[in-house]
Design a protein around this ligand. Structure first.
Ligand SMILES: *Cc1c(COP(=O)(O)O)cnc(C)c1O
Length: 425
């Protein structure tokens, strides 16, 4: 008999670990309070907290332009708008990503063409992307998912070969590095979410970075009113329209910017803490038969440590379903989870001709997808599982408890299998 917690034994992990994110320092609180007291709760041009946050991104990424926005979604919309998509244009996009990577393409009257996932990381599969190139393909968006960067050297070679603009969605990968260069430094334009769960948290907010003057100026005109665009727009064919702009207000709240400045100062510290936890997870999982550490490709110089995502293969566990494995872990006090969202091609928008949209033009000839069409993304969602990236370094006691939880489950696998079969029968 095992003493698995799911059968009434003592849980291996008894420690309560602080999961609250973001970490807010006294300095952060003071910066926000001082801005509020000064009355800095809005702005005209780029100034105050917003200008300071933009400067931090520009100097960290070595980019001439950063534009703070009201959300990561707004930064992505501004990016697609900025690269000048036109009706009928196609944009290669990962099917497995957060919806905000893809739906703003639709809001630019262009057509997202969904690409299958790499089986190990869930990131866009560049070999697959090649098969979807047509005479209408103008751009590709990549998401650095869960902090694991896309191989940017390969992505850029691919894009150059097909004359595509590259948009990076860095929302889950602040500070991640592929082949020596940080994410957000190499695409034509990059968008970061600064939403409350992200590594740099403004609460709600986003930021666009680029080295391309026209992309930047179009983005400014989309969401930042005359006070900013009349000062900053210099491209001759855009100047006459700078005053009215292109219709939206995508400005970030200055108090959110004030919070994010402190988060940026401590980004490397936070990444180091999480990386320590990730490598402890690696050590624990390496010792458990049937489990492997989360995949990490050779080009990754630094993981963004947003979440730790290994793969579970039931065949290695005598057919024990992933859900039974996760339930047993959770009973041991390990807050393991599985992905909850489907690849986008499984959503009705991508399988139904009728979308409910009357304002944008949705290409009537676009591909409608069925289950199984992009099988590796579906396989990834079926096999990935997650351990939380605890915000602070885990104690030795906690790590001992975690290791014990996995050892107990490996030792009790046979009993778990019998129990699962019995309850299923
Ligand atoms: C969070 C997230 C977004 C959207 O950001 P918001 O700030 O919530 O609008 C976009 N893409 C990815 C990959 C994300 O994780």
């Amino acid at each position: 008999m095992s003493d698995l917690a799911i059968f009434g034994g003592e849980p291996a992990v008894r420690e309560a670990v602080e999961m609250a994110w973001p970490i807010v320092s006294d300095g952060d609180v003071a910066r926000v309070a001082e801005a509020a007291r000064r009355g800095e709760i809005s702005y005209d041009a780029s100034e105050g907290m917003v200008a300071e946050l933009e400067d931090v991104f520009e100097s960290r990424l070595g980019r001439p332009y950063a534009l703070a926005t009201s959300s990561g979604t707004a930064a992505l919309h501004s990016s697609f708008f900025g690269i000048g998509l036109a009706p009928g244009d196609e944009v290669l996009a990962p099917t497995y990503t957060y919806l905000a990577t893809v739906m703003p393409i639709v809001a630019c009257n262009a057509t997202p063409v969904l690409v299958d996932a790499e089986p190990d990381t869930g990131n866009i599969d560049l070999d697959e992307a090649e098969r979807h190139i047509t005479s209408r393909t103008r751009a590709m968006v990549v998401t650095h998912l869960s902090g694991h960067p896309v191989d940017m050297e390969r992505a850029l070679r691919f894009a150059r070969r097909h004359d595509l603009k590259v948009v990076e969605d860095c929302s889950q990968a602040h500070g991640a590095v592929s082949s020596g260069a940080e994410v957000g430094t190499r695409g034509d334009v990059a968008a970061f979410s600064l939403q409350g769960r992200k590594l740099v948290a403004a609460g709600e907010g986003g930021i666009l970075v680029t080295s391309d003057t026209t992309i930047y100026e179009r983005a400014v005109m989309l969401g930042h009113f005359a006070a900013r665009s009349e000062l900053e727009v210099s491209t001759p064919h855009l100047v006459p329209f700078a005053k009215l702009g292109y219709g939206l207000n995508y400005r970030m709240h200055p108090l959110g910017a004030a919070l994010a400045i402190g988060q940026m100062e401590r980004l490397d510290q936070h990444l180091e803490w999480r990386a320590g936890n990730f490598s402890a997870y690696d050590d624990i999982l390496r010792d458990i038969p049937g489990l492997d550490p989360a995949p990490r490709q050779d080009h990754v110089s630094r993981h963004g440590c947003y979440s730790y995502q290994p793969l579970y293969d039931p065949a290695e566990w005598g057919g024990l379903p992933r859900s039974a494995f996760i339930d047993a872990l959770r009973a041991e006090g390990v807050p393991a989870t599985v992905p909850t969202s489907l690849p986008l091609h499984r959503e009705p928008f991508f399988s139904c001709a009728e979308t409910g949209i009357t304002t944008y033009s949705v290409d009537p000839g676009r591909r409608l997808y069925r289950a199984g069409d992009l099988p590796r993304s579906e396989g990834y969602v079926r096999s990935a599982w997650r351990l939380p990236a605890y915000p602070r370094p885990l104690s030795t006691q906690m790590l001992t408890g975690l290791a014990e939880a996995f050892r107990k489950i490996a030792a009790g696998a046979e009993q778990l299998r019998r129990h699962t079969h019995a309850t299923a029968a």
